[in-house]
Structure formats: C-alpha cells, structure tokens
Design a protein. Structure first.
Length: 259
C-alpha cells in the first residue's frame, strides 16, 4: 500500500508539472498550440506545403525571402490551416507576424472558422528624394475557434496595430499610430475564405502629412489553392518654404500563390 501511495503522489506531481508547463497555451481541436511565436512543427497539423522549403519553425529557413507561406491539413481532411509569416527587413530585428486561417471542413465546404495570429514585424523602405518610411505592424496574440454566423458566413474579428515614422529631408519627421480590426472568415455555402488584416495610420505635423495603410491577406475559394498578399499603400505630402511635394503609391511586400 505504501508503494502504491507513493506512486500515486509521483503521478500527481508529474501531471501538475505538465499542467504548469502548458498553462500559457491554448487547445485547438485536441492540439496544444504553444503561446510562443508560431508553434513548433511537432505541435502542428501535418505540413502539406511551405515556401520557402522548411521555413516553418523551428527550422526557419527563409532563403532570403521576406515571407513564409504554408498549408496544414489533418489526416482526415476535416481541418485545413493556411497562413503566412511576415518577416521584418530591419537588421537586428528577428521577430515576425503570423496570420493563420483555420477551417473545419465537411465534404468540400467549410463548416466553421478559427484563427491563430500574433507577432510584430518592422519594415523599412526608402522613397525618392531620400525619404524613409519605418512601419511597425503588430498583432496581440489570439487563438480561437468558432466564428459568429452572418448569413452563410462565419467570422472572427481581432485587433491589429500599426505605427509609422516618415522622415523627409529638409522638411521634418511625421509619426502616426493606428488601430484596426482583422477578420478570419469562411463561407459555408461556397465563396471566398480568408484572413484579412488592414490598418491605417494617419499623422500630421504642421504642413507634413502621412497616411499609410498596411494590408495582408490569405485567401482561397476551394481551401486548396491559396493566395498570400501583402502590400503597403502610402500618401505623403509636405509644404515648406514654397516647396511642395506629394507621394502616392502602392508598394508590394510580396504576392505569392500555392499553385
């Protein structure tokens, strides 16, 4: 009896240890998803495709790209995930943003939606006349299943944030911050299934003005052939000492397809 009692205590202690180890995790259809950035490969659904090859953690082989797109699917085909990692292009900043669309599937159609998103990425770009733009895009961590029904669509909304700094030689610096909502959705009767993030930061200092939109989207109509888009839309203007300028452009970050 003493040996049995001791064994029970050891088992209880071990279970308690496991509970603490995963206390900051969430469950997704019986899969523990780590609270750290982009859960490890061993905790995911099987990988159907990823580009560049082996770009998912813990390998993280970017091969000079600023993205990693991927498709995950369980063995029964009843759950499909597709997402992308958006890598920073700023030296010394190794973090990235994860946007992952989750779909429950019956037959060929989705029945429910989920989302896994988090992270922070910094992008820097140089414009004509020595103008530089720094963007800081971030997503507070969210892991969630079960969308809100809206007709034949199911949606999950979550928060996103954007900070920008525009440096204009001779004229000055204008900073801005913006908050917005992203959406992960499916159409249960057929249609566009997507996770879409769009947020705008608007700022002005005197006669300097900037309006910058960060846009990222993962989408498919058949849950097999996926599109991965990311771009930045900018409008910048200034006036000083009789000199006036305007810059209005859409700058692609990447555009990829799984087929």
């Amino acid at each position: 009896m003493l040996g049995t009692s001791l064994m029970i205590k050891v088992i209880i202690a071990f279970v308690h240890f496991l509970f603490l180890a995963y206390a900051d995790a969430f469950w997704a259809n019986d899969t523990i998803v780590s609270s750290g950035q982009s859960p490890l490969r061993s905790l995911r659904l099987p990988v159907v495709a990823e580009e560049p090859p082996n770009c998912l953690p813990p390998t993280v082989s970017w091969e000079g790209k600023n993205y990693c797109w991927y498709i995950l699917k369980n063995n029964l085909g009843t759950e499909v995930h597709s997402g992308m990692l958006i890598l920073s292009n700023t030296s010394g900043w190794s973090w990235y943003v994860t946007l992952e669309h989750l779909a429950s599937v019956s037959g060929l159609l989705p029945t429910d939606v989920g989302v896994w998103a988090e992270g922070r990425t910094r992008l820097t770009t140089s414009l004509p006349s020595g103008i530089t733009v720094d963007l800081d895009f971030s997503i507070p961590r969210i892991g969630k299943w079960h969308g809100v029904p809206v007709g034949d669509e199911k949606k999950i909304e979550f928060k996103i944030e954007l900070s920008t700094i525009v440096n204009i030689p001779y004229m000055g610096v204008v900073s801005a911050k913006g908050e917005g909502s992203a959406i992960s959705s499916v159409h249960t009767q057929g249609g566009k299934n997507q996770i879409q993030a769009s947020v705008t930061a608007i700022g002005d200092v005197g006669d300097l003005f900037s309006e910058i939109v960060f846009y990222a989207e993962v989408w498919a109509e058949d849950l097999e052939h996926w599109n991965y888009d990311c771009y930045v839309e900018m409008y910048i203007s200034g006036l000083k000492d009789g000199f006036k300028f305007e810059y209005d452009n859409i700058l692609p970050v990447f555009h990829e397809k799984s087929y």
